[in-house]
Design a protein around this ligand. Structure first.
Ligand code: ZN
Length: 306
């Protein structure tokens, strides 16, 4: 937990939902290892550590409390946990998503909404847990779960390329919640809207919070780390690399114009970033909001040619 940021009527804070390790080469696509290993050093299995950083939003004008994404969770077997070297929030004897929510001083029972950017296991696995019978069941059964219809359809019949990322036990139990399948962009709460992008996977939604002259954007896998805030740095996991490039070019332009605070879901060090346009280039840099005393801001600036 890193402290609350006030955006209009919303108080928001990042939550550390644990993390995992993924192959560095897969995370950096066509970027050569000699370049990316200086950004996030790999372990002896060529994997890099990645956070699963969530966002909590409290509405000061209603009882609404929303969480964006759910982390990887603890349902999978030891071999799966070992393969991805998963780590979870400290001292949990309850669903990791609950521990993450509690770290912000919020009772998980009071969460009214869970916005799921997309149904890849590292974003939605934490929305479910195993019950005593070994079945996968929702951990926030009374919350409304927001997902894009296109992504829902993709998750239930994934292509061979993404099949290992869309696990049925993460998706089907959500039918038992207040499931809201939405079709494209739009406002979901006052001042909070979703935008749909398709280059990483079909129907991923990013989230935008706007108020009091400020903008926060939760980017999910459009730019998972600070280093991916360069248009050409796509991931091997992205299904349409050139589409990601286009989507990211639009992001860099608008984020610099509106001086948006960007939330980095997977960056192991940096929670927040901003993009500035200087000397004909987009430059991404870590930022530490004034009300956010614990986030780290150590990485060097990056430059993205126009
Ligand atoms: Zn993903």
């Amino acid at each position: 937990m890193s402290g609350f940021v006030k955006i209009g009527r919303w108080e928001i804070c990042t939550l550390e939902g644990g993390g995992l390790h993924l192959d560095g080469g897969a995370m950096f696509g066509s970027v050569p290892r000699v370049v990316w290993e200086g950004c996030i050093p790999p372990d002896d299995q060529h994997r890099i550590p990645l956070a699963t950083r969530l966002l909590l939003l409290k509405d000061s004008e209603s009882d609404r409390i929303a969480v964006i994404d759910a982390g990887v969770g603890d349902k999978e077997d030891p071999s799966f946990r070992d393969r991805f070297a998963i780590w979870l929030p400290e001292g949990h004897s309850e669903p990791p998503l609950w521990s993450a929510i509690r770290s912000a001083g919020v009772d998980p029972d009071t969460v009214t909404d869970l916005v799921i950017t997309h149904l890849h296991f590292d974003h939605v696995g934490g929305a479910t847990q195993r019950n005593d019978a070994g079945e996968s069941v929702p951990v926030l059964p009374n919350a409304k779960h927001w997902v894009q219809q296109r992504n829902w359809d993709t998750a239930l019949s994934p292509n061979p390329r993404e099949k290992a990322s869309y696990l049925r036990e993460n998706v089907e139990p959500l039918e038992d919640t207040l499931l809201e399948r939405i079709d494209g962009p739009g406002e979901i709460f006052p001042g909070v809207s979703v935008e749909e992008v398709h280059g990483h996977t079909l129907g991923m939604q990013t989230v935008r919070i706007e108020g009091g002259g400020k903008v926060v954007r939760y980017l999910a896998d459009l730019a998972p780390t600070l280093h991916h805030l360069r248009a050409a740095w796509t991931m091997g996991y992205d299904i349409h690399a050139l589409k990601v490039v286009e989507e990211k070019q639009a992001l860099l332009k608008s984020a610099s114009q509106e001086e948006a605070l960007l939330v980095l879901e997977h960056d192991p060090v940096n929670s927040w970033a901003k993009v500035v346009h200087q000397n004909g280039r987009f430059k991404a840099e870590p930022v530490q909001p004034e009300y956010d005393s614990s986030s780290s801001a150590q990485s060097p600036s990056l430059e993205e040619p126009l």
